[in-house]
Design a protein around this ligand. Structure first.
Ligand code: BTN
Length: 238
């Protein structure tokens, strides 16, 4: 496995993008840094973390066996894999659709930013960017949580990186083998508030129930007896 370690960079996703453009990247390549100066988060946000304390990396994949309408399968594999590793440290983590891992009571520990490129009907390459709070003590963002905050222990970032990459690669192989239904079931089992009544907002606040995730990656919600599907920007909940 090829790991590129950078003491500092703008964004490991951007760096990976550059390698792909220059045809210098291959499947399985990892870009890992101690400090990002322009870390990218979801919805065009910035991703801030304390330098040297947390895991900040991108993994390059070439999921050419996936159609362009199956991009969410990869997201599911990545979120489930992070959850599986974190579950070894604490049993109370959950996946929040579509890009976060939270602790049931203490807040957000990890975020994912996957950037795909497509080749007509098929996926071409995928940059899987992961930010996972490990040893940071200070809370830069309210309700941010690190493993250290939770357990009082500090961890070797390389060990956790290795575990994460192994788990992602294992589940990625399962996806390639066609085990999508099994992966989907594990994903749903660990999804925040799955099949539970909760408040949402889709412009208006309502009480509904998450009943699944569609093949297109949209969230399926029972809203007063009718089933609605929501894209990432169309719904909010805690
Ligand atoms: C989020 O929760 O908003 C997603 C955060 C994703 C952050 C990671 S850190 C490594 C990779 N490089 C980036 O610039 N962003 C992702």
């Amino acid at each position: 496995k090829e790991i590129i370690y950078l003491t500092e960079c703008h964004s490991t996703n951007e760096y990976a993008q550059q390698l792909l453009r220059q045809k210098e990247a291959g499947e399985g390549m990892i870009i890992f840094t101690d400090k990002q100066t322009k870390g990218k988060g979801q919805r065009g946000n910035r991703w801030w973390t304390e330098p040297g304390m947390n895991l900040t990396f991108s993994l390059i994949l070439e999921p050419k066996f996936l159609r362009s309408n199956q991009q969410f399968d990869l997201n599911m594999v990545v979120c489930l894999s992070i959850w599986e590793v974190l579950n070894q440290y604490d049993p109370n983590f959950v996946i929040k659709w579509p890009n976060d891992i939270l602790h049931k009571t203490h807040g957000k520990i990890a975020g994912v930013l996957i950037e795909n490129s497509l080749q007509s009907q098929w996926m071409e390459s995928s940059i899987v960017g992961i930010g996972l709070n490990v040893n940071q003590d200070m809370q830069i963002i309210p309700r941010a949580l690190s493993l250290f905050n939770l357990t009082g222990e500090t961890y070797d970032l390389w060990v956790i990186l290795e575990k994460l990459v192994q788990r992602i690669e294992w589940n990625y192989i399962r996806l390639k083998r066609g085990e999508i239904r099994l992966l989907r079931n594990s994903y749903l089992k660990n999804l925040l508030n799955y099949q539970q009544r909760q408040l949402f907002s889709d412009g208006e606040v309502f009480e509904g129930v998450i009943i699944g995730v569609g093949e297109d990656g949209k969230l399926l919600v029972d809203k007063g007896g009718s089933i609605r599907s929501y894209g990432f920007k169309e719904i909010q909940y805690i």
